[in-house]
Design a binder for this molecule. Structure first.
Ligand SMILES: Cc1cc2nc3c(=O)[nH]c(=O)nc-3n(C[C@H](O)[C@H](O)[C@H](O)COP(=O)(O)OP(=O)(O)OC[C@H]3O[C@@H](n4cnc5c(N)ncnc54)[C@H](O)[C@@H]3O)c2cc1C
Length: 528
């Protein structure tokens, strides 16, 4: 089971999470199989927004340029009630990222771009293949796969990753509870073209009237995604949505004068707010919708899944290569990612209830909140920064504990995301960005030093071998001191960044004891 072509990880599900995990593992040279029970990729738009932290991750996967070429940058969120526009909130302000904006692209296209990247890395998705059984022991996992022709295949790998969506077979077969609840209302969805209303196709519209809500998101060529809600007492129950019903909702709750046509997708759905009780059982892991589902308010489901994959990917890769303390690395996945999912679920539910709550009190509070707070830049900056997922902190788990100290929300402290900044490329004399350097499939050590007195690591990082790149930052690369300031160091020191661009450890002066401890646990060959 070693070598490039044999699968050491079986990934179940070729949605955005499974594809991101497969790409991440391939970047580390790990052999994977990725199977999906669907005969072809999904063609429906589903997730439309890629937020900053996902775009940063896509750079690591070597594919962000393609997304930037095809996606549409969002300009504003317009909020109104009946004839009144309550607020126009600029989108992208205050996000500290290499990509400080959300990008709109239908999920079907996101999946195509990721699948194309995976194919470049030598892996084809195996379709019409369904996982139906799992057993495991201390050294391997055995999965039973059912092929379209009824053939059953038994495959044994080192690890199994369930990226198989909300009804995850991996989660069910490993008997991991999916705790939470289902919202009582039925939601309506339509992808349509719209005549009239003079809408800006780079803005989201969130509109209320007559006790109902309409949310409209632009994407593609002239297409709009519309969300609305059927009340719990609606006589339509779970009947399929029709264009007439959506038009009726728009006429009653939305901005005036909109005429809908050419629906490319009409659907109804229920919202679940659920979180898996655990993300790991032995050699089986779950990620993405298999581990957490919530309201689409905030548009974070797919984004959170992509980031689960990037977090898990490098840890599985290190374990498979016999690098570092396997249990510490693998246990850190759930410890880091599950609390993030908990907060995303809670925040999405809150936004959902505020946006779609139909009571008079909710609508009064909502209109007041939007009119008063919506026009305060600090408030809407805070909301966007939250959605961008760039400011989260990994508080828990054995890996961030290795970095020492108390967790802090300040960016570049241990457990937070690294920051992009421009540095001078000494070879070309031109400004360039730090972020691509941090996207390599290894750890990066920023060593802040005085060029007249280069810092000596005294062999402390030798055991890391080529799993560590050292980036000296001195007055030649950082003539204005901007990098130093962004990394909050006012003298010599160092910052160690993980392959998923999370700050792993840091120190001042020539005290490298923290680096040594981290290298010993994470980056040197495991003693066998
Ligand atoms: C209407 C709607 C709007 C949304 N809007 C947004 C948004 O704006 N932003 C956002 O971030 N998210 C949004 N989401 C959520 C987003 O679509 C999901 O979070 C995302 O698809 C999760 O990706 P995933 O790869 O984890 O799972 P999925 O995309 O569900 O992929 C799972 C895959 O596993 C396969 N599979 C399942 N069981 C098996 C099995 N036993 N064997 C083999 N294969 C199997 C399935 O065929 C599927 O291809 C939206 C969702 C909906 C429905």
């Amino acid at each position: 089971m070693s070598g490039e072509n044999s699968a050491e990880v079986l990934i179940v599900g070729a949605g955005p999470t499974g594809l991101s995990l497969a790409i991440t593992l391939r970047r580390f040279g790990i052999g994977v199989r990725i199977v999906d029970r669907n005969p072809q990729a999904s063609t429906v738009s589903k997730a439309l927004a890629l937020w900053s932290a996902s775009l940063e991750a896509l750079q690591g996967m070597g594919v962000v340029d393609r997304f930037m070429r095809e996606g549409q940058r969002l300009h504003a969120l317009c909020v109104g009630e009946g004839d009144r526009r309550l607020a126009t909130l600029a989108v992208g302000e205050g996000i500290d990222s290499a990509f400080p904006f959300p990008l709109l692209l239908p999920q079907s296209r996101t999946e195509e771009l990721l699948a194309a990247r995976l194919s470049e890395l030598g892996i084809a998705i195996e379709r019409n293949v369904e996982l139906v059984g799992v057993t495991q022991d201390a050294s391997s996992v055995t999965a039973t796969l059912r092929h379209a022709d009824g053939r059953s295949e038994t495959v044994t790998t080192k690890y199994l990753a369930g990226c198989d969506g909300a009804r995850s077979a991996v989660r069910q077969l490993t008997e991991i509870a999916f705790e939470g609840y289902t919202e009582p209302q039925t939601f309506l969805l339509a992808d349509v073209k719209i005549d009239g209303g003079d809408l800006d196709h780079r803005s989201i519209y969130l509109w209320w009237h007559n006790g109902g809500t309409i949310a409209m998101f632009p994407f593609g060529q002239e297409v709009w995604r519309i969300f609305s809600m059927r009340g719990p007492d609606s006589p339509k129950g779970d009947e399929p949505a029709t264009l007439d019903e959506i038009q009726h909702c728009v006429d009653h709750y939305g901005p005036h004068g909109l005429s809908l046509r050419e629906p490319s997708w009409l659907s109804i759905f229920r919202i679940n707010e659920r979180l898996a009780a655990r993300y790991r059982l032995g050699r089986c892991f779950i990620a993405g919708d298999a581990a957490h589902i919530h309201s689409p308010a905030g548009g974070q489901g797919m984004n959170t899944g992509i980031q689960d994959a990037v977090n898990l990917g490098w840890k599985l890769a290190y374990s498979l290569k016999g690098i570092g303390n396997t249990e510490l690395l693998l246990d850190s996945y759930e410890a880091e990612r599950r609390p993030i999912a908990r907060s995303v679920i809670d925040a999405a539910a809150q936004k959902q209830h505020l946006s779609f709550g139909a009571s008079k009190l909710t609508s009064m509070v909502r209109n007041m909140a939007v009119s008063i707070f919506g026009n305060i830049p600090a408030v809407h900056r805070k909301l966007q920064v939250e959605l961008s997922e760039t400011e989260f902190v990994y508080h828990d788990g054995p890996l961030v504990a290795l970095g020492g100290g108390q967790r802090s929300r300040k960016r570049t402290e241990v457990g937070t995301r690294a920051r992009d900044v421009s540095i001078l490329d000494t070879a070309t004399g031109k400004d360039t960005n730090l972020w691509p350097y941090l996207c390599e499939a290894r750890h990066s050590l920023l060593v802040f030093q005085d060029e007249t007195q280069p810092t000596k690591l005294n062999g402390v990082a030798d055991a890391a071998g080529n799993r560590l790149q050292v980036l000296p930052i001195d007055g030649r690369r950082d003539p204005t001191g901007k990098v130093r300031k962004r990394y909050r160091l006012d003298g010599p020191g160092w910052v160690l960044v993980r392959p998923d661009q999370i700050v792993a450890a840091r120190g001042v002066g020539d005290d490298f004891s923290g680096l040594g401890a981290y290298v010993a646990e994470v980056m040197q060959p495991a003693s066998r």
